[in-house]
Design a protein around this ligand. Structure first.
Ligand SMILES: Cc1ncc(COP(=O)(O)O)c(C=O)c1O
Length: 504
């Protein structure tokens, strides 16, 4: 057992043995003293703390009386596995938070804006952590990534760059080589830029957070597609912005409605996912992209374009990114390697022109100094050696087959649902038959081991979206898709039957 540091206040009126006891008790409660941990011998701890041995013996005796620790012959004093249930004694007073903590607690109870966005699923699904469930959530299929290759690339980077890869690196806008590489990837997608206009971010979520920080003030309205990406909504609500939804149709945002909404609400920014929208899968036609840009320019409103899966097209003509049409710095373009490599690398980027770029870079540095220089180098190497392009081609072929498999399975197992076939991306947006609640279906699905995302998560209005579920078709094999949709179909039948049997 290593030495323990327990803060002892010799001036306090609380007896020393009590101070030792409380410190150990809270360590056990927090799990930092896990079950099985051996506590120091009383003599050693007393010497460490500069107290008498009887002080430590008394503290241990209190904890032992509560079953939190036990003296075991040959092992010394050990934290007990069964202790978690009764760590805090019923007579312990509630924690006496300082007033600034109490105010935060009160704020949350008063309006709890984030709570409105909570659904039955945890905010982020970690599929890798629940391999037994068939989960139609998440982003790409992480199983396509060779961890051996990734390990080798990390090794190669460390061999080539040595400890330089482990410092803070370039505290500017990111690793210069990666920024140039990103500019090249974007050139292939029609965005003419240079590495100097690219800021590396910790995922595109940070790009969005930075844009909000630079462009918005509390209470500012934000125009978004309705429905919209749940974690973007969460961010806007967290920042206490007012979210104004723009209705959508099969071609994405109804841009013809935007001008009136802009006039009425004067938004601080327009957030859009024009290409293979999350959750609906729609792709905004070029004409609407131009119109959106024109409205934004007329009314001097910045556009934040989230291009989270722009590369993942399965058929049809590519559409230019809104940023590719932007002549005067109206658009901040967000991208990410989360979908095609791995979200856990947390490497995203943004492209912006004009004075806003410097502001975004300063905000990034102020918030987290830099994105991991090691992982920036790793991603740069993966992309430049051409593995990225072959990985992209392979992934696109595979996801397309999975999209088709899911669409067929839905037509067979859940024929009363309405669902379009997106030309790219990751998601099917499924309209449930009249009277079937997505929340109820998500719960029923989870009971049979199928995880889906209920539609209300993509709206800020808690009463909206309950007629839809979002299914990710990319993360599961075709067999898993057939199995999962069959089970989901059965769960839905039971809900429909139960509904039909309701009196009236
Ligand atoms: C529309 C959209 N934007 C951004 C993200 C977040 O990407 P990142 O992991 O790069 O922060 C996601 C993740 O699913 C997404 O769907």
């Amino acid at each position: 057992m290593q030495r323990m540091r327990i803060p002892i206040d010799r001036e306090a009126t609380v007896p020393l043995y009590k101070q030792v006891e409380v410190a150990l008790r809270s360590g056990i409660s927090a799990g930092t003293l896990a079950p099985g941990t051996r506590l120091p011998a009383t003599r050693a701890l007393a010497a460490d703390l500069g107290v008498s041995r009887i002080t430590v013996t008394n503290a241990y005796a209190e904890l032992e009386r509560d079953g939190l620790i036990e003296g075991i012959v040959g092992s010394g004093t050990v934290v007990m596995a069964a202790s978690f249930g009764h760590v805090g004694r019923p007579t312990d007073p509630p924690p006496d938070w300082p007033s600034w903590q109490q105010r935060l607690q009160q704020d949350r109870q008063d309006d709890g804006p984030e709570d409105r966005l909570e659904g039955p699923n945890p905010p982020l699904q970690d599929d890798a952590a629940r391999p037994e469930a068939i989960s139609f959530t998440g982003v790409g299929d992480l199983r396509l990534l060779s961890t051996r290759d990734l390990g080798r690339t990390i090794h190669d980077v460390l061999r080539a760059d040595g400890v330089a890869a482990l410092g803070y690196g370039d505290l500017g806008a990111g690793h210069p080589q990666l920024r140039t590489t990103i500019a090249r990837v974007l050139a292939a997608q029609g965005i003419a830029t240079s590495g100097e206009r690219v800021l590396v971010t910790s995922g595109s979520q940070q790009g969005l957070a930075l844009a909000c920080q630079v462009l918005l003030r509390p209470d500012d309205p934000v125009l978004v597609e309705q429905p919209s990406y749940d974690h973007a909504l969460r961010l806007f609500v967290h920042l206490r912005c007012r979210v104004i939804g723009v209705p959508m149709d099969d071609d994405g945002m109804r841009v013809e409605l935007v001008e009136d909404l802009v006039r009425k609400h004067r938004p601080g920014l327009i957030y859009t996912v024009p290409t293979f929208h999350n959750p609906t899968g729609t792709c905004l036609p070029a004409r609407r992209r131009r119109d959106l840009l024109a409205v934004a320019a007329r009314h001097d409103v910045p556009i934040v374009e989230d291009d989270f899966t722009g590369d993942l097209r399965y058929e049809g003509r590519t559409q230019p990114a809104v940023k590719a049409l932007d002549q005067n710095g109206s658009v901040i373009h967000l991208g990410s390697f989360a979908k095609l490599l791995a979200p856990g690398l947390r490497i995203g980027y943004l492209v912006a022109d004009g004075p806003v770029f410097g502001r975004l870079t300063a905000a990034k540095q102020a918030l987290d100094l830099t994105t991991s220089p090691l992982l920036q180098r790793v991603v740069d190497r993966i992309v430049t050696v051409g593995r990225y392009q072959s990985h992209l081609r392979r992934t696109t072929r595979l996801y397309r087959r999975r999209r088709d498999a899911m669409s067929e399975a839905l037509a067979r197992e859940m024929p009363d649902c309405a669902v379009g076939l997106p030309a790219g991306g990751l998601f099917l947006w499924v309209r449930l038959p009249e009277g079937v609640s997505a929340r109820a279906l998500a719960r029923a699905g989870a009971r049979t081991g199928v995880v889906v995302t209920p539609g209300h998560r993509f709206f800020t209005d808690p009463t909206a979206g309950d007629g839809y579920i979002r299914l990710n078709f990319a993360t599961r094999t075709e067999n898993e898709i057939h199995d999962g949709i069959t089970r989901l179909g059965q769960a839905m039948m039971q809900l429909v039957d139960a509904h039909d049997q309701l009196p009236g």
